[in-house]
Design a protein around this ligand. Structure first.
Ligand code: HEC
Ligand code: HEC
Ligand code: HEC
Ligand code: HEC
Ligand code: HEC
Ligand code: HEC
Length: 409
């Protein structure tokens, strides 16, 4: 091969490689992916009654689970052994935490446990070792059966739901979907975009659960790089209108928090006092912050009732805290999939301290982490469950992040 043909060959290979990378990247493209990605292969032609996995979630995991998850891979598979943390850092969180059981003994000899099934939405995925929640048999505050909980309980596998206009109207029919609606694309007169993360909307039902959705998905925009350590900077999803209502599809009674079954109201405006607290709070004992740098993805909020994807996109690179008309949502305190903490908390909502004497608690921290604060993890596992953040970003004795808004101390 002379030099010129070599260059032509290289250029062609690069083109092909580039093309394949793009091909590999897009599957759903905001709507219905290629049928045989999920159906078949032993099907009678034209019949879509069988899936490639033994159940819906196992079908999704064929592409969405990996030993070293990147991008859209939301579960570490196989589940890391004792002492090693799950590796996916997406906003929704790594489902492998559902299989991580933590135990510890405190200084007084009392035993504590943080069992895997408390760490997330227990999707049933038999081929990957995931099974239904054994204690919460249906959604608290609602009636969704845990035995039917799967990826397609929340995401429409056929991606039929779409945003059809600039007012954020969602429908399961209308103009064809031109691409993902998760990264700020705007519908036009002739094309729609998918809903945020292919989430299902009003009227949605699967054949596995006789449960109808009453609310449409939230408007939200994610950065294109969203599966990354947050050691050096936060991954900011800009949440717009409808976050808490969407969770209320299955947790109807928890939205107001007024029925006594839940610690907190959601979907209400922060108001001037609480927005000011958020913006001045840096860490326990330090209220010298300012709005421009106040944001943390450990305590995210919803931007008012915004439905305009371009307005939300503009926030992705901002580090600013909230306005008084921004809202507290379910995702302010919880993740959507799973986390290292009980009740799918964004942080450990159980113990008293998030740091002790300047370090994360842990069962390997002599005299520092043997209380409920340790949650039975090694310090390195604790740090991973904080998305890689260093303990030095917090106070020496950091308290619960409720204080970000309530400024108790
Ligand atoms: C991302 C995965 C995925 C893709 C891509 C997909 N499907 Fe499906 N499909 C599913 C799942 C999961 C179910 C079961 C859903 C339910 O029962 O509500 C299903 C159910 C169906 C059913 C109902 C079958 C039954 O059991 O009653 C039909 C028909 C169907 N799909 C057709 C298609 C066609 C046609 C395409 C391509 C244009 C397609 N699907 C692409 C995942 C997918
Ligand atoms: C054949 C591989 C494959 C299968 C099977 C698959 N996915 Fe995906 N999924 C991808 C790829 C690749 C992406 C990233 C590119 C894209 O969104 O098209 C993705 C992205 C996504 C996203 C983010 C999309 C967005 O626009 O924000 C969601 C949500 C999702 N998948 C859910 C599911 C669910 C639920 C199932 C099972 C019913 C499933 N996927 C099955 C390959 C797959
Ligand atoms: C209880 C509802 C629910 C279930 C069950 C669920 N998801 Fe999600 N998923 C969401 C929501 C809500 C988001 C958006 C999270 C955010 O931006 O904070 C999301 C985000 C995602 C993303 C984007 C990456 C991320 O974590 O933000 C992918 C990919 C995805 N889901 C795939 C799946 C797959 C595959 C399954 C099954 C193994 C699944 N989801 C089960 C609600 C759910
Ligand atoms: C499709 C129905 C459905 C939707 C939508 C849904 N959930 Fe759930 N959720 C359930 C079910 C069923 C359970 C109980 C089974 C389990 O925890 O695995 C549950 C349990 C929970 C738990 C308790 C976890 C534990 O073990 O203590 C929290 C917290 C939670 N959901 C938060 C949310 C949030 C936040 C949203 C919105 C992003 C949401 N849910 C949307 C069905 C749903
Ligand atoms: C200010 C933080 C905060 C907000 C906002 C919040 N939660 Fe919670 N949630 C918690 C804490 C803390 C717990 C654990 C203590 C408890 O069970 O009371 C919890 C527990 C739960 C549980 C488990 C209850 C059980 O019976 O085991 C569910 C389900 C849940 N939340 C869903 C939601 C939903 C849905 C929303 C939005 C409508 C929401 N949460 C908003 C902090 C919050
Ligand atoms: C993003 C800001 C924010 C965070 C974080 C937050 N709260 Fe709140 N909290 C609010 C708002 C807003 C209200 C409503 C204030 C009002 O009624 O005027 C509220 C009200 C309350 C109330 C009064 C209850 C009621 O029904 O009116 C309690 C108690 C409370 N919060 C406890 C907590 C706890 C515990 C946590 C941590 C698990 C927490 N909050 C985290 C914003 C927040």
């Amino acid at each position: 091969m002379n030099r010129r043909t070599l260059y032509t060959f290289l250029a062609a290979s690069l083109l092909i490689a580039g093309f394949c990378a793009v091909q590999a990247m897009a599957f759903h493209d905001g709507g219905t992916g290629s049928c045989d990605g999920c159906h078949g292969p032993n099907d009678v032609a034209g019949s879509y009654s069988t899936l490639r996995g033994v159940d819906p979630s196992s079908t999704c995991f064929r592409c969405h689970a990996a030993a070293k998850p990147t991008e859209y891979q939301i579960a570490t598979d196989p589940v890391p052994p004792k002492g090693l943390p799950p590796l996916s850092f997406t906003p929704g969180g790594d489902f492998a935490y559902l299989r991580k059981n933590y135990f510890w003994t405190d200084a007084n000899g009392r035993r504590g446990a943080s069992s895997g099934e408390r760490h997330g939405h227990n999707i049933v995925a038999a081929a990957y070792g995931y099974s239904q929640d054994t204690t919460l048999l249906s959604s608290p505050g609602g009636s969704y059966p845990s035995s039917a909980l799967s990826c397609i309980s929340c995401h429409d596998p056929h991606g039929n739901y779409r945003v059809v206009d600039s007012a954020g109207t969602v429908s399961n029919e209308g103009n064809p979907i031109s691409g993902s609606g998760s990264y700020g694309a705007v519908p036009t007169d002739t094309s729609s975009v998918g809903t945020y993360r292919l989430l299902a909307g009003r009227g949605y039902q699967t054949k596995y659960a006789g449960h109808l959705f009453a609310f449409d998905p939230p408007m939200a925009v994610s950065p294109t790089v969203y599966n990354r350590s947050e050691a050096s900077s936060d991954t900011r999803v800009a949440y717009g209108k409808g976050v808490s209502k969407w969770c209320a599809n299955c947790h109807e009674a928890l939205q107001t928090g007024m029925d006594g079954s839940h610690v907190h109201p959601a979907d209400m405006e922060l108001g001037a006092v609480i927005a000011r607290n958020y913006n001045s709070y840096v860490k326990s004992g330090d209220f010298t912050g300012s709005r421009a740098t106040a944001y943390t993805s450990l305590v995210p909020f919803q931007s008012g009732e915004v439905t305009d994807p371009q307005k939300l996109s503009a926030e992705l690179t901002s580090t600013a805290g909230p306005n008084q008309d921004d809202r507290i949502t379910c995702l302010t305190c919880h993740r959507a999939h799973a986390s290292g903490w009980d009740s799918i908390g964004r942080w450990n909502m159980k113990g008293e301290f998030l740091t002790i004497a300047g370090a994360y608690p842990g069962i390997d921290a002599i005299g520092k982490g043997s209380s409920d604060d340790s949650t039975g993890k090694l310090r390195a596992e604790y740090q991973a469950a904080m998305y890689g953040r260093d303990a030095s970003g917090f106070a020496t004795f950091q308290r619960q992040l409720c204080d970000k808004c309530h400024a108790k101390d």
